[in-house]
Design a binder for this molecule. Sequence first.
Ligand code: NAD
Length: 262
Amino acid sequence: MNSMEGKRGLIMGVANDRSIAWGIAKAMAGAGAELAFTYQGEAFGKRLSPLAESVGSDFMVDCDVTDDATLDRAFRELAERWPTIDFLVHAIAYSDKSELTGRFINTSRENFKNSMDISAYSFIDVARRAYPLMKEQGGTMLTLTYQGSNRVVPNYNVMGVAKAALEATTRYLANDLGPDGIRVNAISPGPMKTLAGAAIGGARKTYKHTEANAPLRSNATLEAVGGTAVWLASDAGAFTSGEVIHVDGGYHVLGMPQPENL
Ligand code: NAD
């Protein structure tokens, strides 16, 4: 039997077929799950439509995490369609591109607040809204982070601070929701070629550097991240909560680049 057979979940954050959320959606559907999607605005909705259809889903709701009215509507429509869900995937982050390059010290108050709101607070917000749909039978909540949260990655800047907040959020949510059988985890992939990834200054160099130095000598793939999400959301991951799981070819264990790259 497929490991996600009979399970239903909401995927937030598919922008296109290179999105990490899409890698997770494909893996979840491949393992037998039924999926609902949120997307940010009409243009992304048009791109999502054929993708959702290809995994047998006709359930898509427009939702901007900075707009309470759209969040209210999305979760109301979800609850009308499905009285319970088994998993939630939060794959959403944003910072003004102009501050994802250069010196961190130049971070503006406005972009700091906005980046924290969209990239960290929104996980608390959607977790609170998804909770009533999970509390009877338990479930899994997943978010996406990056190791710029605890190591300095040039140009990652304010997003590193937002990811540190997101990882702490993961631990606090795991503790709050654990008594209801709800597990909360973060997946931390290495650099991937997505819209959000491309917004970070020097993205191409970071990508090449990780590929050349990670113990597995490659970058993360959508399939690798999707497989990890399936493991965490399935019964196989039944006792893992509050974790940050790296899917980065082992890059995070390094203290320095490989000798051939020095
Ligand atoms: P992506 O651009 O495909 O996805 C980012 C998503 O965030 C988009 O779907 C966008 O619509 C959504 N979003 C942004 N602001 C929003 C808002 N106000 N309301 C609703 N949705 C909003 O890029 P991705 O790389 O797949 O990013 C998904 C997650 O993975 C992000 O949290 C990102 O930080 C994380 N991540 C990415 C990498 C990488 O290298 N690409 C590595 C580690 C972690």
